[in-house]
Design a protein around this ligand. Structure first.
Ligand code: B12
Length: 211
């Protein structure tokens, strides 16, 4: 556990965050552990925002710091060969958060999936168009806002209503989600970790081992 990194992220001390991330990399701390510490720090940012101790500017800065660090961490993950199945992912319409989505996409790509990243604020039509074009067995939707749950539900229902909708597995994720939301929006699975996401997708595509 790196309290230094958690606190530096919470305090939005960009230089210290980068210094500590580099120190952890040097000490061979696994990339996903580093992401976990950053996430703990950014959760504190979110809490302070809720308590009105931080404002929009601090949210924006926290997202920027996370993105910068993600770039450093991305280079440490193998780029992958895209030889396995297709993984379509996007952030639901109404929501522009993309830090978590980008991490999941990078992890999937480095685990040899062909990743189709649809971006943020993705409409139902765009998801369906991508499904028709790429024929994925798994579609992943990110959502960080409570007021987008209805969008999530509508989008999933619309995907299910298409001709291929019954066979596709739909995963959801994002800070505010839990198993109850997963049931409410009728998604197939709510992975708690990225490792679980990778494992689930490998199983769906009939692969045995996990990297
Ligand atoms: C940074 C940030 C922003 C940045 C986003 C920058 C960006 N490029 O993404 C900006 C400033 C744009 C922003 C805007 C807003 N935000 Co904001 N934001 C955050 C903050 C602080 C961090 C989010 C983040 O990047 N976390 C780090 C990543 C790594 O975590 P993650 O996304 O959860 O992803 C991880 C997992 O969940 C998982 N995952 C994510 N998606 C998926 C999908 C699948 C399929 C799977 C398997 C896994 C998975 O993988 C990741 C790695 O483990 C959160 C606080 C928090 N606790 O999350 C608030 C938060 C999400 N925001 C919030 C709010 C309210 C807003 C605004 C409405 C504020 C406003 N008044 O305008 C706007 C909404 C704009 C919009 N329409 O989308 C609230 C949401 C509350 C709620 N219950 O709805 C939060 C929780 C803050 C709070 N506590 O109040 N925000």
């Amino acid at each position: 556990m790196s309290k230094v990194l958690i606190d530096a992220m919470a305090e939005l001390d960009e230089d210290l965050v980068i210094e500590e991330v580099n120190a952890l990399i040097k000490a061979n701390v696994p990339v996903m552990d580093i992401v976990g510490y950053l996430q703990k720090g950014i959760e504190i940012v979110g809490k302070r925002f809720q308590e009105k101790r931080y404002f929009m500017s601090e949210l924006i800065i926290s997202g920027e710091i996370f993105k910068e660090v993600s770039q450093i961490l991305k280079d440490l993950m193998p780029s992958g060969t895209a030889k396995h199945g297709v993984f379509v992912m996007g952030t639901i319409y109404g929501d522009i958060h993309d830090v978590g989505k980008n991490i999941v996409c990078t992890a999937m790509s480095s685990n040899d999936f062909k990743v189709i990243d649809l971006g943020t604020d993705v409409s139902t039509e765009k998801f369906i168009k991508a499904i028709k074009e790429y024929h994925p067995k798994v579609v992943a939707i990110s959502c960080l806002l409570t007021n987008c749950f209805e969008n999530l539900k509508e989008c999933i229902q619309s995907i299910r209503n298409t001709e291929f909708g019954k066979e596709i597995k739909i995963l959801i994720g994002g800070g505010v989600l839990d198993k109850q939301v997963c049931e409410y929006v009728k998604a197939d699975f709510f992975p708690r970790t990225i490792q679980e996401t990778v494992q689930y997708c490998k199983e769906i595509y009939g692969m045995k081992s996990i990297k």
